[in-house]
Write a protein that binds this ligand. Structure first.
Ligand SMILES: Cc1cc2nc3c(=O)[nH]c(=O)nc-3n(C[C@H](O)[C@H](O)[C@H](O)COP(=O)(O)O)c2cc1C
Length: 656
């Protein structure tokens, strides 16, 4: 340490600041003391940024220790600092930059008892407290106002920063935020709305379930913390050196790097401003409606088998039915109890769609096992009824490395929106074809032929939308007002625009409403255009997976499902978006098998037409050789999707 002190040279260390500050100003900065309460997400970066600016003295406070949950944003969070006091680590880091620093550390955090000591001799206070710590925050800001200490708060919001200064003699924190007499939740909301009157960040929140007032946890980004530190330190410089215009509450600034937007905010009377009051009422109603449900933390997965099953859960199934349960037998073996949905699902009357899904599950298990240096051996119990297949799985050691498809298991998903139609490259097509092996080939439907396929999908959709049997399924498989659904398809992932979604929701209350809409208001038109015609044209290619031989029994469909999952994961690895388009194939199969799938004669006639048109794409092959069809293309990942039941709910007995 002494050696370092001898070697350290303040002038040299901060010489590159000179130019933006004069040498004399640098000396002033060295003499200043800045207090930072909280040295986690923003506070930690504030400390390091101000240290590099050359501030010579700090009072820092934090009662927390570092943990892995801090890694995404906190300057002092490393594997080697987990479990250590934040103030101790941050003091070390700052002194690693400037060993001559004078740092007073408050390892029990700031409390009502030590505010005076914490602010003793301080020229400037910067707020680094956790968003949800409001009582102490209010007390510190009040003490700053009383002592004439300027105070800065820069809040990391989304991928930006919203920033306010509270300067001596100007509007105080309390006058701006108006938290007095409010409940804890109301205070959080008022603090949020005061910091960010424009709530810019809400435009790109990707997972709404992660923001719950009352949970005391909100998502954060490292970029926002860095932006906060840049803005706060610049204002610190201006305040401490009395340079430039300093914006003070009720004026503020919100810079959002994601939206490329900088907004100046001005809310005279702070949260007493009529606009703020209105926003508060609207936001409060919204929050009350959403509730304060806890995000359940998944239990840790202890054994390799549990980890394999936890990945396998992400296999796709028709309408996200997940028609399987896992019975764990011992550390290396389990049993899959599948059950097809033929008793209620219009699209699975022969159980084949479920069998394909179970095949996809087997392939997912195999790939997941490769990540644990295991291989999966499957034995289907021949005695089990065909609609309730039972498959024994044994995990055995394997020398093979992890499958290149492993990382894509939870990424793979269904995208029902239109894609960009840039053609697939020959390299992409070759990789997709090769992943199927020699028993299957891909029929590509590209270029102008996509229009015919779009028309075929449009016709096939009429069957879905005009049959009572179809209605009964649809009314069960959509979860309304949802971005994510554990057991169904969330409405936001269906692919409707906002208006059609509302219309569909209204009409799907009863079959009579659907009939009325179909008869008098051409009710099938909007969904068929949005879900079939447009996406049918807007894609790089449609595909049909064609087997060498006809698929006749359950083992053929299980094998087809395995290859489908390989194909889908390979597409995901290639960065392609994917949507199954199975209904024309399902209806064609019903026609070929003479399956009386609906009472509706028109629909049966349409199915015959669909079957005939589909056979035109099959290069002369019988429809029984087609295992799967869908479309591929380029575009953003969907923001809404089906998720899965937790592992415990899929096990016949919870994992030990
Ligand atoms: C056999 C099978 C048939 C499917 N058919 C369709 C389909 O015709 N249209 C569609 O949009 N999605 C279809 N899907 C996709 C499922 O709805 C989807 O996989 C499920 O909801 C889970 O969502 P995820 O794929 O986003 O994880 C099918 C999936 C499987 C396994």
């Amino acid at each position: 340490m002494n050696n370092h002190l001898q070697e350290f040279n303040y002038q040299d260390a901060f010489s590159r600041n000179i130019g933006w500050v004069t040498e004399a100003e640098q000396q002033v900065l060295q003499s200043k003391r800045v207090a930072i309460a909280g040295v986690g997400g923003v506070g930690g970066v504030h400390l390091l940024t101000l240290t590099r600016l050359g501030i010579g003295n700090f009072n820092i406070a934090d009662l927390d220790i570092f943990e892995q949950g801090n890694f995404n944003r906190q300057a002092g969070a490393f594997m080697h600092t987990v479990g250590r006091q934040k103030v101790e680590v941050m003091e070390e880091m700052a002194k690693g930059i400037n060993p001559s620093l004078d740092i007073q550390s408050f390892a029990n955090g700031v409390s009502f008892d030590n505010i005076d000591a914490f602010l003793d001799g301080v020229d400037l206070y910067i707020d680094g407290l956790d968003f949800f710590v409001l009582d102490i925050r209010r007390a510190v800001f009040a003490a700053c106002a009383e002592k004439g200490i300027p105070a800065i708060t820069a809040a990391p919001l989304g991928m930006g920063t919203a920033f306010l200064n509270f300067l001596p003699g100007k509007m105080t924190f309390e006058e701006y935020f108006r938290l007095e007499g409010r409940s804890a939740e109301e205070q959080q909301l008022l603090f949020m709305l005061g910091l960010s009157p424009l709530i810019l960040q809400k435009k790109y929140l990707a997972d709404h379930s992660r923001v719950r007032f009352g949970n005391k946890k909100a998502p954060s980004t490292p970029m926002a913390c860095e932006l906060c530190a840049g803005v706060a330190a610049t204002n610190a410089l201006k305040i401490l050196l009395r340079r430039g215009d300093v914006v003070a509450a009720p004026h503020g600034l919100h810079f959002d790097a994601y939206l490329n937007v900088l907004k100046k905010t001005w809310r005279p009377w702070g949260n007493n401003n009529p606009i703020q009051k209105l926003m508060f009422l609207v936001a409060k109603r919204f929050i009350d409606k959403a509730g304060a449900s806890e995000i359940e933390e998944a239990p840790p997965l202890l054994t390799p088998l549990e980890r394999v099953l936890d990945k396998a859960r992400w296999a796709p199934s028709g309408d996200n039915t997940q028609p399987w349960k896992f019975e764990i037998l011992d550390d290396a073996s389990f049993r899959i109890h599948a059950s097809d949905t033929r008793d209620w699902c219009f699209y699975d009357l022969n159980g084949q769609a479920s069998q394909i899904a179970v095949g996809a599950l087997l392939e997912t298990i195999s790939i997941a096992a490769s990540g644990e240096k295991l291989a999966a051996k499957f034995t289907r119990q021949a005695s089990a009824p065909e609609d309730k297949p039972v498959i024994d799985v044994e995990l055995v050691p394997s020398d093979q490395g992890p499958s290149p498809l492993l990382p894509y298991i939870p990424v793979r998903c269904t995208n029902r929106r239109p894609f960009q139609s840039t053609p697939l490259t020959s390299i992409q097509k070759r990789e997709l074809e090769q992943c199927l092996g020699s028993d299957y080939k891909v029929i590509w439907i590209e270029g102008e032929h996509r229009k015919q396929m779009a028309k075929l999908l449009f016709d096939s959709a009429e069957i879905r939308l005009t049959t009572e049997e179809g209605y009964r399924v649809h009314s069960q498989i959509i979860e309304w007002d949802k971005q994510f659904s554990e057991t169904k398809i969330p409405d936001q992932a269906v692919g409707f625009d906002a208006f059609t979604l509302k219309l569909m929701r209204w009409s799907m209350q009863s079959w009579q409403r659907v009939q009325f809409l179909n008869k008098y208001l051409a009710g099938t038109l909007a969904p068929r255009i949005q879900l079939d015609l447009l996406p049918g044209r807007k894609c790089s290619a449609h595909f049909i997976l064609l087997a060498k031989n006809e698929l006749t029994d359950i083992d053929d469909f299980l094998a087809g499902g395995r290859l489908l999952q390989r194909f889908w994961l390979t597409a995901t690895k290639l960065g392609l978006q994917f949507q199954p388009e199975m209904t024309p194939l399902i209806f064609s199969r019903y026609v070929a098998d003479g399956e009386p799938f609906t009472e509706n004669e028109n629909a049966r006639a349409t199915a015959k037409q669909v079957a005939e048109n589909l056979s035109g794409f099959l290069e002369g092959a019988n429809v029984r050789r087609a295992a799967y069809m869908g479309r591929l293309g380029h575009g953003p990942m969907p923001q809404a999707r089906s998720i899965r039941l937790p592992l415990a709910a899929l096990c016949t007995r919870p994992p030990a």
